[in-house]
Design a binder for this molecule. Structure first.
Ligand code: ADP
Length: 356
C-alpha cells in the first residue's frame, strides 16, 4: 500500500478531483466537478473533505445519492485515510476575488503568543524580497501587532474619489492594520456584528493597487472572525504557526478542520521557538526536546514548512519595529523566513516571472 505521507495534500486533491470528474450527472449531462455539484475537495493530510453545493441539486435525495456514490470512490484513492462528504459552507457574501489581488494566504495559530504575527510580517517581507508585490492585512482583532512589528503608524488616506483607503507602506510591503483604525484599548471590543461588518469593509474598501499575494494575519483560535474572513475572502490556503510547550495537536487540528470545512486548505505548519540559540556561540539547545514540530506535523498529516528557534533579542527588535528579514538580512534569524517564503511562493504558484 502506498505510504500516505508520501502524497502531498495537493496531489491528493488533484487525484480525487480527477476521479470525481468521471462521475456524470445523468440529468445535467455533465460531470459533477464541471457541473459544480462538487464545490471543492480539501485534503488535510490523509483526511479528505468533499464539499457539495446544495444549490446544484434539485432535492436533498439527489444530493444524498451523490454523497453515497462519491464516498467509496474517494476511499479508493491511494493515500486517503478518511472521507467526509458534506455541504459547502453557506456564504453570506460569495467570496468575490479582491480586485487586483492574485492570491490570499491566512496565517493562523491555535493559541496566542506563539509568534504568528512575527511569522506573518517576516514572511511578507521575505516574499517581497523575492520580487513579489505583497500586502499584509492585520486582522487580529484581539491584538493587532503589525504596526509595532513594522514600526509603522499613521492614518489610512482615502483615494481621490473617496470610496476606498490606501494602505500604508513600509519596507516594500503594503499594510493595513486594525491598529491604524482603533486605539489599542478598543481592539478587544471589536466583536459580534461589528466583526462581519467591519471585516467586510476592510476587504472591499482598501485599494491594494495590484498584489501577487495578500497575507492576512488572523486572530488565534477558532471564532466568528475566522468564519467571516473565510466567507468573504477567497483564501488560497493557511499556514499554521505553533510553539512547543503551547502546542496542542487538538488546537492545531481544530483550526485546520475549521478551514477545511470552509474549503480552505492548510499548506503546512511552522514550528516557532523550537529551540534556543546561544547569542555567543550560536549553538542551539532544545528546552522541549527535538522533533516536536515534526511529530505534530506528522500527527496532523501536514508538511512542516519551517522550524524557527527562539532567537534572543528578537522580541526587543520586534518591539522596536526592526524585523530580522530587513534589519539582519542574511543572518540566521532571517534565513528560515526566506526558506519559508520560497516554499509558500512555490506552493501558491506565485513565483515572480524571472527575467532571463
Ligand atoms: P502572536 O502573533 O502569536 O501572538 P507574536 O508574533 O506577537 O505572537 O510574538 C509573541 C512574542 O514572541 C513577541 O514578543 C515576539 O517578538 C516574540 N517572538 C516570536 N517569535 C520569536 C522567536 N522565534 N524568537 C524569539 N522571540 C520570538
Amino acid at each position: 500500500m502506498a505510504d500516505p505521507r508520501a502524497i502531498s495534500p495537493q496531489d491528493l486533491e488533484e487525484a480525487v478531483l480527477a476521479l470525481l470528474g468521471e462521475v456524470v450527472d445523468a440529468e445535467a449531462g455533465t460531470d459533477v466537478v464541471a457541473g459544480g455539484q462538487v464545490y471543492a475537495v480539501v485534503a488535510t493530510g490523509g483526511a479528505v473533505r468533499v464539499l457539495l453545493d446544495p444549490e446544484r441539486f434539485p432535492n436533498e435525495a439527489s444530493q444524498a445519492a451523490l454523497a453515497e456514490t462519491v464516498r467509496p470512490l474517494v476511499e479508493s484513492v491511494p493515500g486517503v485515510e478518511r472521507v467526509v462528504v458534506k455541504p459547502r459552507p453557506r456564504c453570506g457574501t460569495l467570496r468575490a476575488q479582491l480586485p487586483g489581488v492574485r492570491k490570499v494566504l491566512g496565517v493562523h495559530s491555535g493559541k496566542g503568543g506563539v509568534g504568528k504575527s512575527t511569522v506573518a510580517v517576516n514572511l511578507a517581507l521575505a516574499l517581497a524580497a523575492r520580487g513579489l508585490k505583497v500586502g499584509l492585512l492585520d486582522a487580529d482583532v484581539y491584538g493587532p501587532s503589525a504596526p509595532t512589528l513594522l514600526g509603522l503608524s499613521g492614518r489610512l488616506n482615502a483615494t481621490r474619489d473617496g470610496t476606498q483607503v490606501r494602505p500604508l507602506e513600509k519596507y516594500g510591503i503594503k499594510v493595513v492594520s486594525l491598529g491604524f483604525l482603533l486605539p489599542a484599548s478598543q481592539a478587544l471590543i471589536w466583536r459580534g456584528s461589528l466583526v462581519d461588518q467591519g471585516l467586510a469593509q476592510l476587504f472591499t474598501d482598501v485599494d491594494w493597487g495590484g498584489l501577487d499575494l495578500l497575507i492576512i494575519d488572523l486572530p488565534p483560535g477558532t471564532s466568528d472572525v475566522h468564519l467571516a474572513v473565510a466567507r468573504q475572502v477567497p483564501l488560497s490556503g493557511i499556514v499554521t504557526v505553533t510553539a512547543p510547550g503551547q502546542v496542542s495537536v487538538d488546537d492545531v487540528r481544530r483550526g485546520m478542520e475549521m478551514f477545511a470545512d470552509l474549503a480552505v486548505p492548510c499548506l503546512g505548519i511552522v514550528e516557532n521557538m523550537a529551540g534556543v540559540v546561544c547569542r555567543r556561540c550560536g549553538q542551539e539547545s532544545h528546552l522541549f526536546g527535538v522533533g516536536g514540530g515534526a511529530d505534530l506535523a506528522q500527527q496532523a498529516g501536514m508538511p512542516l514548512l519551517a522550524r524557527l528557534p527562539f532567537f534572543a533579542g528578537l522580541a526587543e527588535a520586534s518591539d522596536n519595529g526592526r524585523p530580522p528579514v530587513v534589519h539582519a538580512p542574511g543572518s540566521a534569524r532571517a534565513t528560515p523566513f526566506h526558506n519559508l517564503a520560497a516554499q509558500v511562493s512555490a506552493e501558491l504558484k506565485i513565483e515572480p516571472n524571472l527575467v532571463g
